[in-house]
Design a protein around this ligand. Structure first.
Ligand code: 8YV
Length: 315
């Protein structure tokens, strides 16, 4: 029996490549020198797309595949998939929620601790001889017992809040409405008010056109010169120009960022700042989690082509 033709938009670890190629006839979009020509050639036979959260599938790619039935996203964020284009043709969409939730929350907490306690600088202080030459490392700021805000109390935001409780922090959150599973936290409807009442603001909400720049100049100013912004969602949730300006002028104390506009080519202004922690979009980047994500991508595709229910449908 012929294997379904799949367009693979971005690279996966080798442990995913083998089973994906065993189950499907895979066409590697990311290897093509002329991607438009490649799509024109292979698009007519493509029945499924295997993509990554940050790569998605835009309308042009979807339209180049007239037989497309399903898009499987390696990641929980599906904001880079043109859902409207999928709805118009009844194309199914899946993602990989839950399997990555805890890793992403773990890295969010690690970023807060690492930046607040100055761990990157402290490592250099030891390695470059400063400790011996200059003495004690400069004092930094504590985390435990201070105030944390979570913007978006979905799967990842809830796990972040759960971890924050372990630091005896005062936790508030903002979402579309109060959550019955968060009775021990304070609901704050307005993100500006949320930011004004916390020292650490976690941005954890799913990105969409509705959330674009939800963290703008007013939220950033409300977080203020003593505040830290931690973004483990999508860059589009933050007005990056306002963020950079506030970090450069000291209107915002610091930021720990795992995602950037134009990544991996982030704005060079970030590289000149000493009040940021920069991470390469790897909040879910552990062997265990990425193996689970890759399997879920394949299992969704195989379920679709076997006429079985999708495991984690978005659309
Ligand atoms: C993924 C992410 O690891 O889950 C998402 O949406 O952005 C990351 O956690 C990434 O999409 C993999 O390419």
């Amino acid at each position: 029996m012929t294997k379904p033709h799949i367009l693979q938009v971005g690279p996966y670890p080798q442990w995913d490549e083998e089973p994906l190629n065993a189950a499907f006839d895979v066409h590697r979009y990311f290897d093509a020198a002329d991607k438009a020509a490649f799509l024109q050639t292979v698009g007519p036979q493509i029945r499924g797309i295997a993509t990554r959260g940050e790569l998605g599938a835009n309308r042009a790619m979807i339209q180049a595949c007239p037989k497309l039935e399903v898009i499987s996203v390696y990641g929980v964020g599906f904001d880079a998939v043109d859902l409207e284009a999928c709805r118009e043709r009844g194309i199914r969409v899946t993602n990989t929620p839950d399997v990555l939730t805890n890793d992403v929350a773990d890295l969010g907490l690690a970023m807060m601790l690492c930046l607040s306690r100055g761990m990157i600088g402290a490592e250099t202080w030891v390695r470059d001889g400063s400790w011996a030459a200059k003495g004690l490392y400069p004092l930094k700021r504590r985390v435990w017992g201070r105030r944390a805000g979570v913007l978006g109390l979905g799967r990842i935001g809830f796990e972040v809040a759960k971890r924050l409780k372990g630091f005896d922090m005062q936790i508030s959150y903002s979402d579309t409405g109060p959550k019955d599973y968060a009775s021990d936290m304070t609901f704050v409807a307005d993100p500006v008010e949320l930011a004004s009442g916390c020292d650490f603001l976690f941005v954890t909400l799913a990105a969409s056109a509705a959330t674009r720049h939800i963290v703008g100049e007013k939220v950033i100013a409300a977080l203020g010169a003593e505040g830290m912004l931690i973004n483990i969602s999508r860059a589009s949730n933050i007005d990056e120009e306002a963020l950079l300006s506030a970090l450069e002028t000291g209107k915002l104390g610091s930021a720990a960022l795992d995602v950037f506009e134009g990544e991996p080519k982030l704005n060079p202004r970030f590289l000149a700042l000493d009040n940021v922690l920069l991470q390469p979009h790897h909040a879910s980047g552990t062997i265990e989690t990425r193996q689970a994500m890759g399997k879920l991508v394949r299992d969704n595709l195989m379920a679709h082509f076997a006429g079985q229910p999708l495991l984690t449908p978005v659309l």
